[in-house]
Design a protein around this ligand. Structure first.
Ligand SMILES: Nc1ncnc2c1ncn2[C@@H]1O[C@H](COP(=O)(O)OP(=O)(O)OP(=O)(O)O)[C@@H](O)[C@H]1O
Ligand SMILES: [Mg+2]
Length: 241
């Protein structure tokens, strides 16, 4: 896996709250250039909150988020893409009554990505040949796995440096999950850094180089994925061992 020690994303002491209910407490983490990192944690741990804070959908109460040294902490959602961050959201959020192709094109709305649209769409079709076959089909009529492919393809259309994924395996059959993770490995090896939140802990830790454990809004553990896979707490709480 391509890797370096150059920091791409650095989150420091991030606090996020919904009114009086604080959801993230002093979360700090790093994703290096070219790295694949996963955040694992149970229901309600704050995984989606973290993704949405990074995506500019929920404001940070305090703390800092830097992408390649640029501060994106108070950046609204429609401008985060311009920082090189693309999101595959929880539940995929496609436009069901639009075609696959139109859903993909929406991903390249920023000028720098739009200029490369023709070349990027061919790359996306090379990764997901199924989407080329189904380009004119309405997204809402696709299977769950195909819809996840569209969601990932749409994010790639933005030519991101960092791909953020919120539970890409959710609701998909095991074989489809394997397929999605294989494709994400390919995308990572092509140089796109990946930060993924997952409840499918074994798959996520097999995929990623490093992981963080998020519980009740706090990072409680961090380390190499292979170390976390052998960790007693992780084994008992997440792997049913
Ligand atoms: N819009 C909201 N308003 C108020 N509280 C919220 C809101 N969204 C999430 N929360 C709360 O914030 C905490 C973290 O929720 P979040 O959705 O980030 O967890 P998660 O780890 O993504 O869970 P899941 O695995 O179910 O997707 C939970 O206690 C949740 O109830
Ligand atoms: Mg969630």
């Amino acid at each position: 896996m391509p890797n370096s020690d150059k920091v791409l994303l650095e989150i420091s002491n991030l606090n996020v709250a919904y009114g009086d209910a604080q959801a993230l407490w002093n979360v700090s983490l790093v994703v290096n250039e070219g790295e694949s990192v996963t955040i694992i944690g149970p229901n309600g741990a704050g995984k989606t909150t973290l993704v949405n804070a990074l995506a500019g959908i929920i404001p940070a109460r305090s703390g800092q988020m830097l992408l390649d040294g640029r501060d994106l902490t108070q950046t609204p959602a429609h401008r985060v893409c311009g920082f090189g961050v693309a999101v595959v959201p929880e539940g995929r959020r496609l436009f069901p009554s639009m075609s696959v192709r139109d859903n993909l094109d929406i991903g390249s709305y920023i000028p720098s990505a739009r200029a490369r649209r023709a070349e990027t769409i061919e790359r996306v079709y090379a990764i997901f040949p199924r989407l080329k076959e189904r380009a004119r089909q309405l997204a809402g009529t696709l299977s769950g796995g195909e819809q996840q492919m569209v969601a990932i393809g749409r994010a790639l259309m933005a030519c991101p440096r960092l791909l953020l994924l919120d539970e890409p395996s959710l609701g998909l059959a095991p074989l489809i999950v394997d397929n999605i993770f294989a494709v994400l490995t390919e995308i990572n090896q092509a140089g796109v850094s990946i930060l993924m939140v997952e409840q499918n802990v074994s798959k996520a830790l097999e995929f990623a180089a490093r992981g963080y454990v998020l519980e009740q809004g706090r990072i409680v553990q961090a380390g190499a994925a292979e170390t976390l896979l052998r960790d007693e707490h992780v084994k008992q709480a997440y792997l049913g061992l």
